[in-house]
Structure formats: C-alpha cells, structure tokens
Design a protein around this ligand. Structure first.
Ligand SMILES: Cc1cc2nc3c(=O)[nH]c(=O)nc-3n(C[C@H](O)[C@H](O)[C@H](O)COP(=O)(O)O)c2cc1C
Length: 367
C-alpha cells in the first residue's frame, strides 16, 4: 500500500525519498567546545530514513549562542564534528541541511564574548527566561542595540558559516528566521523599534533577512538554501499586532528566489501550546494563505500528525511535513507513518542536555 507521505518529492536540488522531514531539534549535548558529540553521529544516523533531516539550530558565532551546549559551525573542530554526521547520514542514503542560527537577544551575558550584553535590533528585553550555562533560569537581560557596522559583521558571520556548512558536507542550509531569534526580532515591530534603514517600514525590517540570504547565495545555489519562519510565534516574543503585513511582504519577495523550500511553523492554528483543543482547519493555515503567491516548495511544521500531514499535502499547501517531538522519540518515524504505526511516546525531561538517555536509546519498531 502506497501513500502520499511515502513517495519521493523534489525539493530544490534534491529528490527526497519521502515527505517525512525531521524538524530542527536543539538537544544541548555539545559539551566540548560546542562541537557535536560522537553520540550525535548515531542519533542522526538512526533518523536518516527521513526524507530530509534539518540538523538542529547551530550558532554561526559565539555571539549567536543563547543556550547551554548547543553546537556551533564557526571553528575547525565544530566543522570536523559535523562532517562525521553528514558522512553517516549520506552513508545511510539520507539528505541533511544545517540550520544556521543567531539568537540575538535570547541569550545571556555568560555566553557572549567578554561577557557583554546580548545584541538585538533594539534595547528591549524579551519576555520569559534565559537558560544559563548550568541550565538554571534567569530573566532575559535588556540587550544592546546593534550598530549598522555590527549588523554587517553578522552578515559576514552568516557567510562564513555557510562556507563552513559546505565544508562539513551538508546538502544545504536553512536560515533560521523563526522562533523569536535574531532575524525574527528584526522582522517584528514588537522587538524592532529602530529608526534607521533596519527599522520601521516592512522593507526595512526585512532588510537584514534579505542581506543574509543574498550573502549565502554567494556560497550556495538557491536550490540548496531554505528559510524558516514562524509568523504567529509568541514564545520569547510578544504577539505581533499584524503579522500578515510583514510576512506577506517577505514571502512575496522570497518567491522570486526559488529556494529549495520555505519552512513555515503553524503554531497558532494547530498547537496553541496551552493544552487547548483546536479544530484542525486548513483554511486558517498560513500555508493556505500564501499558496496564491508562493509556488516553490513549502515544508510545514507545528503539531502535525499523519492525517493532518496528508491533508495539507493533498490540498497542495505543502510539499512535505516536518515533525519535531515525534522525531525525538521515534528514529524510524517515516517508516512508522507510512505503515500506520504509532510513534514512541516522548520524554520531555530528556529533550535538553544529558547523554544517550532520551537521545539514542528510543526503540525502532520491531516486526
Ligand atoms: C526539544 C525541541 C527543540 C527544538 N529545537 C528547534 C531548533 O533548533 N530550531 C527550530 O527551528 N525549531 C526547534 N524546535 C521546534 C521544532 O522544530 C518544531 O517546529 C516544533 O516542535 C513543532 O513541531 P512538533 O509539534 O511536530 O513537535 C524545537 C522543538 C523542540 C520540542
């Protein structure tokens, strides 16, 4: 029996072997100089049956880090560690992109060069709590507003990280412009109150995102570049009063780039995150809204199960669907979804930090 998730799909330069994507998932296990541990080779190798693996958010610089033990892609050691992962995934016949990350204000001075304050478009503290290096929590600090010269340095850091990702053997890169991190902070008025060319009108708030994209285009072909957005995200950021104006502007411009894929997180309509039950209504999805003007491949994420995934693909709103928590717990998730088998239950206590427990020890389905 064949189903729609099982069949291959062309995404930019690649033919994915199925439409089940492993979402980027921060696991905070890179204890030595923020290079991926040996165990990560096994972890990603176990999940290579996905049509595409998007490796976890990876800081492009020390300044871009905001959590304990997250991996970087700015030193030789970090590149070498990732090379083992991409080799393993390729050996298993998989495809793997790297998610390029700068957290902006969602950091803490303990992570920053010279223990300086985290940087952001504007000196506005994020709501919520930072994770300190010892995994304790503290209110976010009021960040320091970036100068234009510093913004240009960050663009350069993205360029170098894109080069490094290539050296590490990735098949492509996904620019992380979601989940309240630096690029989203620039897009949204609730975190960007600049009065220069990076603030105010939509084209100004989107300027950094397109500068980053244009820079990465000097390193990678557009068919190997992707971008992730979360228009309705309210974690680590206040709700944006009119997300449609900025995101429609961005997505319309992105359409001309013909990227490998646009990755949309739909956390508003599907998974409100407060335990409320919501009816799955495809008409309310942002991927439906953009389907009129965005025709390149779209990957969607945020509370999807097999039925919802099939629905959005059948309706033509998405090319493939990314799964987060279920991929943490279920190394053979693609196989299970295709064969109508339940994923393993996930254990939130082992999402972040630690070793093999809750990382490489989730079972495969036994026939
Ligand atoms: C433990 C954990 C780590 C995550 N890390 C990342 C990340 O590194 N980058 C990112 O864009 N999203 C991250 N996310 C969000 C997921 O990629 C995904 O969008 C989210 O979990 C919703 O999908 P799901 O309902 O299938 O879990 C993370 C989510 C979880 C639960």
């Amino acid at each position: 029996m064949s189903n729609i998730l099982e069949t291959p799909i062309q995404i930019g330069a690649y033919t994915l072997r199925n439409k089940v994507v492993m979402a980027p998932l921060t696991r905070m296990r890179s204890t030595g100089n923020f290079a991926q541990p040996e165990l990560a080779v096994e972890y990603y190798g176990q999940r290579a049956g996905a049509g595409l693996i998007i490796a976890e958010a990876t800081q492009i610089s020390q300044q871009g880090q905001g959590y304990p033990n997250t991996p970087g892609i700015y030193t030789d050691e970090q590149i070498e560690a990732y090379k083992k992962i991409t080799d393993k995934v390729h050996e298993e016949g998989g495809t793997i992109f790297l998610q390029l990350w700068h957290v902006g204000r969602l950091s803490f001075k303990d992570y920053q060069p010279n223990n300086s304050l985290p940087v952001a478009p504007s000196a506005l503290a994020a709501p919520g709590h930072a994770y300190l290096p010892d995994f304790s929590r503290a209110d976010y600090e009021t960040p320091r507003e970036l100068t234009v010269a510093e913004i240009k340095e960050i663009v350069e850091d993205y360029r170098q990280a894109a080069i490094n990702a290539k050296e590490a053997g990735f098949d492509g890169v996904e620019i992380h412009a979601a989940n309240a991190y630096l690029l989203e902070q620039f897009l949204k008025t609730v975190s960007n109150q600049r009065t220069d060319e990076y603030g105010g009108a939509v084209e100004n708030r989107a300027r950094l995102l397109f500068e980053v994209l244009d820079t990465i285009l000097t390193v990678w072909d557009n068919s190997k570049i992707a971008l992730r957005i979360s228009p309705f995200n309210v974690s680590g950021i206040a709700p944006e009063p009119d997300p449609y104006s900025i995101y429609d502007y961005v997505v319309k411009r992105l359409a001309d780039y013909k990227l490998a894929y646009l990755h949309v997180i739909e956390n508003k309509e599907i998974d409100p995150g407060n335990g409320a039950t919501v009816t799955f209504d495809t008409d309310k999805l942002y991927i439906k809204h953009i389907s009129d003007f965005y025709t390149s491949p779209v990957i969607v994420a945020g509370g999807f199960d097999k039925d919802k995934a099939e629905t959005v693909i059948e309706k033509g709103y998405a090319s493939a669907v990314a799964f987060g928590k279920n991929y943490i717990s279920t190394p053979d998730l693609a196989y299970r979804l295709v064969n109508d088998l339940e994923p393993n239950a996930f254990d939130r206590a082992t999402f972040y930090g630690g070793g093999a427990k809750g990382y490489t020890d989730y079972p495969f389905y036994k026939v």
